[in-house]
Ligand binder design. Structure first.
Ligand code: IPE
Ligand code: IPE
Ligand code: MG
Length: 260
């Protein structure tokens, strides 16, 4: 359900983009975003890559508000992958500091809007301050009933699946010990050990900066997601680009392997 009138969510639409075309009944419950292109945005302006990441924060803020206003229930934002540790130390450290600072600065505003902040990924490997900022945000907002914001940090889908397999094996052994028989391994059992346990799969996956790949993101959960790739670099992404993605999604014919 729209949380505000569309004219408030999208006050100044660019020519040719009509917010009233948005179908309230077909807003995706879960949107996942690969926020890519910060480095190229900075390079185009002869700036340090970290300046690109900083510029990306405003796009994150606007996307969270817009998704929440449109009635999206879960938003998952890819912020740092298990492969991003390969980057120069200066960039990794700068990103970790930026995450901590941004989370601390934003948590009260998100809390007021009823957003529930969580992380997906292995946060045990993060620097103490960054980890603490995410944990405090999770704790503070845990009882909120608005949109759930999953910040994917030190997230990798293969890592998540291995983590899930360990959990499944633990369950099997415990049940075998108690009952003497092995329970069935079902999709539900496996999914209940993913970081996104209890959440619906994303109906829509957005990637910015034109790259046509998944980069180890939500491999299990996106089995039937609609994929929307835009050439817009992440710091240039805003509510109107989000609207374009939603409208494009609403024009898709989703068959799930069946016929229509
Ligand atoms: C995405 O932007 C942000 C992170 C991966 C942390 P990039 O830093 O990958 O930007 P490009 O792809 O180099 O332009
Ligand atoms: C994916 O972007 C990870 C995040 C957006 C956090 P990358 O820039 O790391 O992905 P590749 O290297 O282009 O596949
Ligand atoms: Mg990139």
């Amino acid at each position: 359900m729209f949380q505000k009138p569309l004219t408030e969510i999208f006050p100044e639409p660019p020519a040719g983009l009509d917010p009233s075309a948005l179908d309230e009944a077909r807003i995706p419950q879960h949107v996942a975003v690969i926020m890519d292109g910060n480095g190229r945005w900075a390079k185009k302006r002869a700036l340090n890559r970290l300046k690109g990441h900083k510029a990306g924060i405003e796009a994150v803020r606007e996307t969270i508000r817009c998704a929440n206003d449109c009635g999206v229930r879960y938003l998952t934002i890819y912020s740092f992958s298990t492969e991003n540790w390969k980057r120069p130390k200066e960039e990794v450290t700068g990103l970790m500091e930026l995450f901590a600072k941004t989370m601390l600065a934003e948590v009260d505003g998100l809390h007021e809007e009823g957003v529930r902040v969580r992380t997906v990924g292995d946060i045990s490997a993060l620097p103490a301050e960054t980890r603490a900022a995410f944990e405090e945000a999770w704790e503070k907002t845990r009882d909120n009933t608005g949109m759930t914001l999953n910040v994917a940090v030190n997230y990798g889908s293969r890592d998540e699946m291995l983590h899930a397999v360990r959990g499944v094996v633990g369950d099997l052994m415990a049940t075998a010990h108690e009952t003497g028989s092995m329970p069935e391994i079902t999709e539900e059992l496996f999914a209940s050990h993913l970081y996104t346990a209890g959440q619906p799969d994303p109906e829509l996956l957005i990637r910015t900066s034109g790259e046509l790949r998944i980069s180890n993101f939500l491999l299990w959960q996106i089995a039937y997601s609609e994929i929307y790739v835009t050439d817009v670099l992440w710091p240039d992404f805003n509510r109107y680009e989000f609207l374009r993605a939603l409208l494009n999604y609403q024009a898709r014919d989703r068959r799930f392997g069946g016929l229509k």
